[in-house]
Design a protein around this ligand. Structure first.
Ligand code: GLV
Length: 312
């Protein structure tokens, strides 16, 4: 395929890995890195997860932007992004399995009370604790895209009752699927672990505010693997301090990296990881991007085409 690609947005070593992985799958394509010295101009497609204004100025004939990230909020927030440029998201890219493991790890830690045992060990205390049946641990998965569905299925397969919420109606075997017709309150009621895995859009920004956090079961736990911007962090801290929520596992926060003086770091109810719940796997994703490019070149529809009015 004789297309011209500009690979943007990663550090130099990772840009190189993307270029190598894409070159192996797209023989005949010209693939250059943005930021590798000379300005790349005249490309047909851009590949990456964000871009600077100069890239769009130098490449006015881009036919699509193929993202290496599942979330496109950073790209859509870019004022230089041409209005009509199609954006095609990576769908999963190896992240789904990792994020499902991450969420299952956190849920099992809570259910089996491993956090309590960590505290006991610090006090040299040997006390077996009761474990409730899994049926007493309803889990809510907010967002049922490719990744959310994988997480929901994994938790359900482990024996937990799982309820999912999506904007439009979904049917997934073994998951109680709720949507806007039922409302968030019905979804959150009784939920003991809320997994947030939806895109950050105008619709979801700070959605989990003081009131909605209150709708969860008392002593619930929040696991955010999506974007920090979906949660009102002041309201979250208040809910943790008052004991309304027992804790939160935050792989993402509104400001990344989390500033050293942020109260989340040392809060006893908060567990922090540095945005690593699902890392894009370059080989898997390069194969997917190459397939999407070939389909675009043939004029076919591709999965993952972003609807700008929805923001995902
Ligand atoms: C990571 O956060 C992604 O959107 O892929």
């Amino acid at each position: 395929m004789s297309v011209h690609l500009v690979v943007t947005d990663a550090d130099e070593a990772s840009r190189r890995r993307w270029i190598d992985a894409l070159s192996a799958r797209l023989p005949g394509a010209t693939i250059e890195g943005w930021g590798d010295g000379a300005v790349v101009g005249g490309a047909d497609y851009a590949v990456g997860w964000k871009a600077d204004a100069a890239l769009f100025a130098a490449n006015p004939a881009l036919r699509a932007f193929l993202t290496t990230s599942a979330g496109v909020d950073a790209l859509l927030a870019n004022e230089a992004l041409p209005r009509a440029l199609p954006i095609v998201r990576i769908e999963d890219g190896g992240m789904g399995a990792q994020m499902a493991e991450y969420c299952l790890h956190e849920v099992i830690r809570l259910h089996r009370r491993f956090g309590d045992y960590e505290r006991q060990q610090r006090d040299a205390q040997w006390t077996p604790l009761d474990v409730e049946p899994k049926t007493a641990w309803p889990i809510g998965v907010f967002g049922l895209g490719v990744i959310g569905t994988r997480i929901a299925r994994t938790l359900a397969a482990a024996g937990f009752p799982v309820r999912g919420y999506s904007r439009s109606p979904k049917r997934i075997e073994g998951i109680e699927c709720l949507d806007e017709r039922h409302g968030l309150r019905a979804f959150l009621a009784g939920t003991r672990v809320l997994v947030v895995v939806a895109p950050l859009t105008a619709h979801t920004a700070r959605l989990f505010d003081a009131q909605r956090l209150q709708w969860l079961a008392r002593g619930a736990w929040l696991v955010n693997v999506a974007r920090g911007g979906l949660v009102d962090e002041t309201a979250l801290l208040d809910a943790l301090d008052s004991g309304r929520l027992a804790g939160a596992t935050l792989d993402v926060v509104a400001r990344e990296p989390l500033p050293p003086d942020h109260p989340f770091w040392h809060h006893r109810g908060v567990r922090i990881t540095p945005h690593v719940s699902g890392i894009t796997e370059i080989e898997v994703s390069a194969a997917q991007i190459a397939a999407k490019l070939a389909a675009l070149e043939r004029g076919e529809r591709v999965g993952g085409l972003v609807d700008r009015s929805r923001g995902y």
